[in-house]
Design a protein around this ligand. Structure first.
Ligand SMILES: NC(=O)c1ccc[n+]([C@@H]2O[C@H](COP(=O)([O-])OP(=O)(O)OC[C@H]3O[C@@H](n4cnc5c(N)ncnc54)[C@H](OP(=O)(O)O)[C@@H]3O)[C@@H](O)[C@H]2O)c1
Length: 274
């Protein structure tokens, strides 16, 4: 699946590695059985990508689901993230791998630019050189922060994972990232559930005979991102994967684009937690 070259389903990153466009997000999923069950169901219905992080405290559950699935390791794309309140990205990668029970992750991200954008990068590169991570990238980085990393990098980041949905359509950040070969991963693609009842969204959903969640995910795919919806409910996990068999037309895309409340910002976040 990861090797599949269908540009609808996968995307080739600037370092040559291939990433599935749909991944299961597991932020706020209880560690242990809930994580294991959610990911097991996702893998059973065709997901081949999971997005976890050190701070989600559920890497063990992710690892158990991967193992129990019987799917060859190389067919599942696994992302984890370095907690930048810690010191050493390389050592923390080893800890994540131990908890995940695997010997490499496909993508390792600096979770947010705490303490400045560049200090963690040399160890991120070292983790990649050692094969602990196949690809490396950042998350929650503004255009300036991304530019700072790119300026000093031997191995540039290939991904910037940011909040990205019609209500937070970060057009300038995406344009700048893409110009530099950095793909946008859309986190909170379902607005963490907050705007699923929006009236404009409901109208588009009714027109294309899909659910609001599917429309949001499809919108993000058509903006060439990688989407990471989170759900712990089997029926929603399936609903969120049924997004490759319909299209939004230009008018529908424009109506959704206009929901943006960020002014097409170059910023990665309005409120920062760091
Ligand atoms: N890098 C970062 O700093 C960062 C920050 C935030 C998120 N992320 C990543 O992005 C992932 C997704 O973002 P998110 O967790 O903020 O939320 P999200 O995927 O935007 O929305 C998830 C919420 O929507 C509900 N939901 C899921 N599918 C639904 C559907 N089909 N219909 C109605 N409701 C549905 C979920 O509830 P149920 O689970 O009950 O279905 C949950 O409450 C995270 O899990 C994480 O992997 C990264």
């Amino acid at each position: 699946m990861i090797g599949a070259e269908d540009p609808q389903v996968t995307r080739r990153l600037a370092d040559g590695n291939v990433i599935p466009r749909l991944g299961l997000g597991v932020w706020q999923v209880d560690p242990g059985q809930t994580t294991e069950e959610a990911l097991s169901h996702a893998l059973a219905v065709g997901y081949r990508h999971v997005d976890t992080a050190q701070i989600y405290r559920n890497e063990e559950g992710v690892g158990r689901a991967i193992k129990a699935s019987g799917i060859p390791r190389e067919e599942i794309f696994v992302t984890t993230k370095f907690d930048p309140r810690r010191q050493h990205a390389e050592k923390e990668a080893e800890g994540s791998l131990e908890r995940l029970g695997i010997d490499y992750v496909d993508l390792y991200l600096v979770h947010w630019p705490q303490g400045g954008p560049t200090w963690a990068w040399p160890e991120m590169e070292r983790a990649r050189e050692r094969g602990l991570a196949r690809s490396i990238g950042v998350s929650n980085f503004d255009t300036d922060e991304l530019a700072a990393v790119l300026a000093g990098a031997d191995a540039p980041p290939v991904v910037n994972q940011v909040e990205f949905n019609p209500f937070a359509f970060r057009r300038q950040l995406q344009e700048q990232s893409e110009r530099e070969g950095v793909a946008i991963e859309a986190y909170s693609p379902l607005t963490t559930g907050r705007n699923l009842g929006d009236a404009v969204l409901a109208e588009v959903a009714a027109r294309v005979k899909r659910t609001p969640a599917q429309v949001l995910l499809r919108w993000a795919l058509q903006h060439d991102t990688i989407v990471l919806p989170k759900s712990v409910r089997p029926e929603r996990i399936e609903e969120n994967a049924a997004i490759f068999d319909f299209e939004l037309n230009d008018a529908e895309m424009s109506v959704l684009d206009a929901l943006d409340r960020t002014g097409g910002t170059s910023s990665a976040r309005e409120g920062k937690w760091w």
